[in-house]
Design a protein around this ligand. Structure first.
Ligand code: NAD
Length: 382
């Protein structure tokens, strides 16, 4: 029989050690010595979830080798807070939480370890009692890892379709991004029946999200698309049919300073937009899936000052989050319903852009303000 996982509440200690990082509910430590499992779960906010009949929170599970427990706690606090903001703007019925697992995934992550992690999440929810806290994919936790964990816990979302889950979230993230690009173009260039048609794009990163974004842009009649990836062979993944010249490869170092291209679509790494890069940008719009695109607030202020429209990352990239929450819909997962929900993303972006223009405030600040208004009105306070 599997050893019982150990669940300890560490909220009081965290409040003392990280007073400026924590304005959330509760933090727990999960341990299971036989497999070397140490994890932290932070519940930043809860929201009454009518689908589940409980206050609930959701956020992925990140598996990473941290330099210390303190560094892991700082990360889980920051990430769970970010989930609250993302969930608020995405209109999902969950608050924000996050799980971090400490250690080297290459060394530790076995089937047995994942079952122990699932069992620890199950036990934590039993101890927590106040609501339902679910987790799922994130860095070094894949869809198939979630499938293994689901043998030991009901508190994971993002299972494969063959386990009645919502499957790969990336195509849904991509749909939200393309809809976000559409509304960004309308805001910048005026109303248009086919705002994407004939427009030019630079897509950074041709991975799980970037590739479907390129295909959807082509389907909607995009003009030329430049694609940049560290791996030049990625171009082999693009299907352009007859139009062989419609998509070209661009060396990663040149993507920031491309002249004559209208939309920059970052779908690779975070922190790319720093003051130096923003000063060189030649695009009208920045709208892509990458998390934490702005290296700092100054980069966001500069985009606003240069009149480059920035679609706040955590709003435009929420399609994957929306997708996994629909696993809990009382009538079961339904892709058509998910697609309808994702169309909230362009509506929210439109509100952000209009308020930014009316108040002359950078879009990233408006997104935070709008999220905070929703949190104040609809989330359960700590
Ligand atoms: P991925 O790992 O599948 O693809 C990323 C691609 O970017 C890879 O092909 C990589 O070679 C390339 N890349 C890395 N650094 C680069 C650079 N400097 N220049 C050009 N290319 C570079 O990742 P993904 O799932 O497609 O996610 C992309 C981004 O979107 C990430 O920041 C991720 O956190 C974010 N995001 C993804 C999802 C999702 O559903 N997958 C949801 C929300 C946010």
């Amino acid at each position: 029989m599997r050893p019982k996982p150990h669940v300890t509440e560490v909220t009081a200690g965290v409040k003392l050690s990280h007073p400026h990082l924590w304005d959330g509910h509760r933090v727990f430590k999960l341990e299971e010595g036989s497999v070397g499992l140490v994890a932290f779960v932070a519940i930043h906010s809860l929201r009454q979830c009518s689908w589940l009949g409980w206050p609930a929170a959701l956020g992925g599970c990140r598996f990473k080798e941290y330099t210390s427990s303190e560094a892991a706690i700082a990360d889980v606090l920051r990430l769970s807070r970010a989930m609250t903001y993302k969930a608020a703007l995405a209109g999902v019925l969950f608050g924000g939480s996050k799980t971090v697992v400490l250690g080297n995934p290459k060394r530790l992550k076995t089937g047995d370890f994942l079952l122990a992690l699932g069992a620890a999440i199950q036990e934590f929810n039993r101890v927590f009692r106040v609501g339902v806290v679910k987790t799922g994919e994130d860095m070094n936790i894949t869809e198939s890892d979630v499938a293994v964990m689901s043998h030991a816990t009901a508190f994971v979302n993002g299972k494969p379709r063959f386990l009645s889950g919502s499957g790969n979230p990336a195509p849904f993230t991509a749909l939200g991004v393309v809809e976000g690009i559409r509304v960004s173009l309308e805001h910048t260039l005026g109303p248009d029946d086919e705002p994407i048609a004939g427009r030019t794009f630079a897509v950074q990163g041709l991975g799980s999200v970037g590739l479907p974004v390129v295909h959807m842009l082509r389907e909607r009649g995009a003009g030329h698309i430049w694609v940049s990836d560290l791996d030049e062979s990625c171009m082999g993944k693009i299907i352009v049919g007859e139009e062989r010249d419609a998509v070209s490869y661009l060396a990663p170092g040149s993507v920031g300073s491309l002249n004559g291209t209208e939309v920059f679509v970052p779908c690779a790494v975070g922190g790319f937009l720093n003051e130096r890069v923003v000063a060189e940008l030649r695009y009208k719009i920045v709208a892509g899936s990458a998390n934490n695109q702005l290296a700092d607030e100054k980069a966001g202020d500069l985009l606003h000052a240069y009149k480059i429209l920035y679609a706040p990352d955590y709003c435009i990239n929420a399609g994957g989050l929306i997708n996994i929450t629909h696993e809990d819909h009382p009538e079961g997962y339904n892709e058509a319903r998910v697609r309808e929900h994702i169309l909230l993303i362009p509506q929210t972006l439109k509100k952000i852009f209009e308020r930014s223009r009316a108040e002359d405030v950078p879009t990233y600040r408006v997104a935070d303000q709008m999220a905070e208004e929703i949190i104040k009105a609809s989330f359960i306070k700590p």
